[in-house]
Write a protein that binds this ligand. Sequence first.
Ligand code: SF4
Ligand code: SF4
Length: 375
Amino acid sequence: MSLTTDIKDFALDVGYNHVGITSAESFSDHIDAVQSRGAIYDFYVEDPRQFIKGAHPKKTMPSAKSIISMAWDYSQKAFPDSLLGKIGRIYQARCYNAPPHRINGARYQLILDFLEKLGCEIGRGIIVPERRTAARAGVTTFGMNNFAYAKRTGSFILLSSIVVDKELEYDTPTYEIKCPKECTACMDACPTGAICEPLKLVPRRCIAFNAWWTQDGRPCVTSYIPPEIREKMGTRVHGCDVCQEACPRNSAKLKANLPEDPFLVQLAEEFSLPKMLEMSDHFYEKSVRPIMYNYINDKKYFRRNAAIALGNTGDPDHIPLLNQAMEDPEELVRGYAAWALGRIGGSKARAVLESRLKREDSKFVIAEIKTELAS
Ligand code: SF4
Ligand code: SF4
């Protein structure tokens, strides 16, 4: 057996659903694509993790020869109805950047250990463009919605790549777009029009981007979510699957009768948007961190998103909780609670806003309250 076969067999054995291999040559197509988008990808170019550098694996690791690309189907178990439409499937599946002591991180660790035992040098810390890598390694094709699709699995896949110093056998690239002719279902379904044209996304219009990238201290973005996006977020507090749910290439997976995930069933019993706004330490540890551990670093952003979601329910039963949130020491929470009260509307919500305005000293919150009172 060849080294390539050993590696592929091992990856499949530990649970990856697809594996392919490509060279470690630069992804000049990725760099060209990012550069052609100009300012709309400034946050990506400026990110200290230096994503663009990852498109040139050999600049970081001169001995790099090959990249192993693996896809794991994260939709093998059912997602509770009460969590869908609030939290993206990939987060519920606890797989994205999972730490090595959790099952999905352990799978990745197993393959790293295996490669090291085979004598491979590994390019740790090189963040290659995953979707381009997977297509060049023959693992996925593209969808117009910018997601990668694996054969028989669809787009609910986690892609992982490992750069190694060994010359392996390369798979035939599958750079194709395999969408049915004239399908525009993803673009039609996107609530914000973020997929501006096939294969082009405006990240700042994307709900998923707004839910977690908008944190203070990151390059080129702030914690501010524009009102027109807030309205479209609905009850989604982390991630958005709409353009994948609309896709006919995922319909078999979406219709499949999947076994339940006992961990998620239990978590769903505890989870609620009001509790997310309140965010007790217990709720954070039991219901938030186990599935939403990798992007949002401060509870206040989860609470902001929960306030938006509660406002979008339009349910006046949430006014007492939002009233309480208007007294919160965190201005981000007060500001978005003000927006939520305005979104729910009615005399009770208005009375809360008027009362708080008399005592409010944050310019941001005052502006939010005044906007809602004027509307
Ligand atoms: S994730 Fe949601 S907001 Fe973003 S492009 Fe897809 S449907 Fe639109
Ligand atoms: S919805 Fe249609 S156009 Fe969009 S990714 Fe799926 S198949 Fe392609």
